[in-house]
Write a protein that binds this ligand. Structure first.
Ligand code: 3PG
Ligand code: MG
Length: 397
């Protein structure tokens, strides 16, 4: 990465304002955090700062409260979880800007950690307001961006603050950029990418950007229906994006020109509806009835994927293989997790729902890297510059 990191600056005795992505999934019924991996992923940065006697001021969003205070989206449970993991009390401020918050920051001692309240309780955060960015910047002497998962947003706390404080990358941000960037720069061949998830449109840029580097593409999940349709298969009532059928056809054409192998499902699980009661049935892709939907990949497909994956030295996976929220349609996705964890290869998992599945299975430590970025990793791998990274000081500056 050609950006400065917190290792390049003096942090001792400084007020260090750290943007983190603590946008963790929360159970709507119990309010419990269901996956704390985004919190854990920031520990290297937080501990680095504590060890050097910095005063650590963490800022984050949670959910999409759209400029209003929403009690369910307060960061208190996140602070509690962070306190447990760190083994050190982490306070929560009443707000993220203003005189009261400034007072709380003044009382911090070296090595203390304070989490400010949800940035998105202010609409100025998402509009990227300069005044809001300045109000945040007043709280710190230096700014560290460790929120890789939000770095595709040009928000006040991501790109704005960097105009007013010396701004560097945190250790998580650095690791994300180096690891994901490594896939684009010099993946050890054979390089295999597995794509799933609902929409082709989300992944078009990434598919195009990766095409010149990859040796083999495995396609499952909802988006497989669009590819199958492009090959004139009947896909029943599977959700397909009409406008993406042509794109899928082009991608397959390009792949065959550049000798990239594409493996599509040969069998799938189909169901009447996508509900928790629905029953699945395995069927060949040649025989999908017009009144059914594809909800997962089938066992024969998994076997094909397994054999292909065995030949890979670098494997990147993004997007579930089926409707992973419904247990009876999550098998393909879970089997793929197991296949990946058995490989003798560099295995990298994109963030979002793919990361949630592997975290829930407790197998994240059995792959090389699990990204904390959903949208951010798609954009980054699609070749876009991330505003949160662009804003940071260049190495050597
Ligand atoms: C994410 O979960 O993808 C990030 O935290 C960004 O959240 P957003 O999609 O609401 O901007
Ligand atoms: Mg999101």
């Amino acid at each position: 990465m050609n950006k400065m990191t917190l290792r390049d600056i003096e942090v001792t005795d400084k007020r260090v304002l750290v943007r983190v992505d603590f946008n963790v999934p929360i159970d709507i019924h119990t309010g419990a955090i269901t996956d704390d991996s985004r919190i854990r992923a920031t520990l290297p940065t937080i501990q680095y700062l504590i060890e050097r006697n910095a005063r650590v001021i963490l800022i984050s969003h949670l959910g999409r409260p759209k400029g209003k205070v929403v009690d369910e989206l307060r960061l208190t449970p996140v602070a509690q979880r962070l306190s447990q993991i760190l083994g050190q009390q982490v306070g929560v401020a009443v707000n993220c800007i203003g005189p009261e918050v400034e007072k709380s920051v003044e009382t911090l001692r070296d090595g203390d950690v304070l989490l400010l309240e949800n940035l998105r309780f202010h609409s100025d955060e998402e509009t990227g307001s300069a005044d809001f960015a300045k109000a945040l910047a007043r709280l710190g002497d230096v700014f560290v961006n460790d929120a890789f998962g939000t770095s595709h947003r040009a928000h006040a706390s991501i790109a704005g603050i960097a105009q007013y404080l010396p701004a560097v990358a945190g250790l998580l941000l650095e690791k994300e950029i180096n690891t994901l960037g490594g896939i684009l720069e010099k993946p050890v061949p054979p390089f295999i990418s597995v794509f799933g998830g609902a929409k082709v449109s989300d992944k078009v840029n990434m598919l195009k950007n990766i095409m010149g580097k990859v040796d083999c593409l495995l396609i499952g999940g909802g988006m497989a229906a669009t590819f199958l349709k492009a090959k004139s298969y009947e896909v029943g009532r599977s959700l397909i994006e009409e406008e993406s059928v042509g794109i899928a056809a082009k991608i397959m054409e390009e792949a065959s020109k550049s000798r990239v192998r594409i493996i599509l499902p040969v069998d799938v699980v189909i169901a009447d509806e996508i509900t928790t009661e629905a029953k699945g049935e395995v069927i060949s892709v040649e025989n999908i009835p017009p009144d059914k939907r594809i909800v997962d990949i089938g066992p024969e497909t998994l076997e094909k994927f397994r054999i292909a994956l065995l030949g890979g030295r670098t494997v990147f996976w993004n997007g579930p293989m089926g409707v992973e929220e419904i247990p009876q349609f999550a098998e393909g996705t879970k089997c793929l997790v197991r296949l990946l964890t058995d490989l003798n290869a560099t295995t990298i998992i994109g963030g979002g729902s793919t990361a949630e599945v592997i975290n829930a299975m407790g197998m994240a430590d059995k792959v090389t890297f699990v990204s904390t970025g959903g949208g951010a990793s798609l954009k980054f791998l699609g070749g876009e510059e991330l505003p949160g990274v662009v804003a940071l000081l260049d190495k050597g500056s």
